[in-house]
Design a protein around this ligand. Structure first.
Ligand code: ZN
Length: 249
């Protein structure tokens, strides 16, 4: 059985080699690394060079970082996507966050960076790995207006009403260890069809006391199998197939 982690900040681990080996031992054979600013994008590309058949890079600009981005930073992000468009498998982590970012000016900058990311995704036909907090309707509108067909709403915790529209448009949601304790995360997993659900670790991260690594995705799959009342094999098969198609890996 094999799994794919579609959202991991792999460059944040001190020991990348043992993190990857642990993942492989649990059947997590592929990891989509998501960058959050030009510097982490660079680190991610370096890790990809060392583990090219395990770590696939998705270059991004996280909304928390984008809120403070300079013109030079935004240009560098664009240049990175252009330069590595043949290597990268997606664009993200990108998005808009109005829960943790409150200043008008910073929100404006986030939206500007997100719109740059959306244009690049369309130009290079790459899937978007999206972070949205209190902005799901706005983000969805931007995707539709820009004819985006490939996107993941990572760790989606927005309204069920917008979730229905996300599903109608064929966009994905990714779930993680929060399935263990969050009724909203479970509610999203119950409502979305298995064919539009992907597995992620969002690691490194502490999920209420449980430290997530890419290996945790095997456990996320078990939690999802219980919610969907199917066997683990079915979850592994369907989510892996979806991730392979979406990222062309
Ligand atoms: Zn993340």
């Amino acid at each position: 059985m094999s799994f794919i982690d579609v959202h991991c900040h792999i460059y944040e681990f001190d020991d990348v080699v043992s993190t990857i080996n642990e993942a492989l031992s649990k059947g997590v054979n592929k990891i989509i690394g998501v960058g959050e600013d030009p510097e982490s994008n660079r680190k991610l590309l370096e890790i990809h060079e060392m583990f090219s058949d395990v770590v696939y890079p998705s270059i991004g600009f996280h909304p928390w970082e984008a809120a403070n981005a300079s013109r030079d930073d935004i240009n560098e992000f664009k240049l990175q996507v252009e330069k590595y468009s043949d290597i990268i498998v997606g664009i993200g982590e990108v998005g808009i966050d109005k829960r943790f970012v409150r200043s008008e000016e910073k929100i404006k900058r986030q939206i500007e960076v997100f719109e740059v990311a959306v244009r690049l995704a369309r130009e290079y036909d790459l899937p978007l790995n999206i972070h949205c907090m209190k902005t799901e309707r706005e983000v969805l509108r931007i995707l539709i207006e820009n004819d985006i067909v490939k996107a993941i709403f990572h760790w989606y915790t927005g309204s069920y009403e917008v979730l229905r529209e996300i599903i109608q448009h064929g966009y994905y949601v990714s779930v993680n260890l929060s399935l263990r304790y969050s009724s909203r995360a479970r509610g999203v997993a119950e409502r979305a069809p298995l064919g539009l659900i992907l597995l992620e670790s969002d690691s490194p991260y502490y999920f209420k006391g449980e430290y997530a690594t890419p290996a945790s995705v095997a456990k996320v799959a078990e939690l999802l199998a219980r919610i969907k009342e199917v066997d683990l094999k079915t979850v592994a098969h369907i989510t892996t197939r979806s991730a392979q198609l979406l990222f062309s890996i």
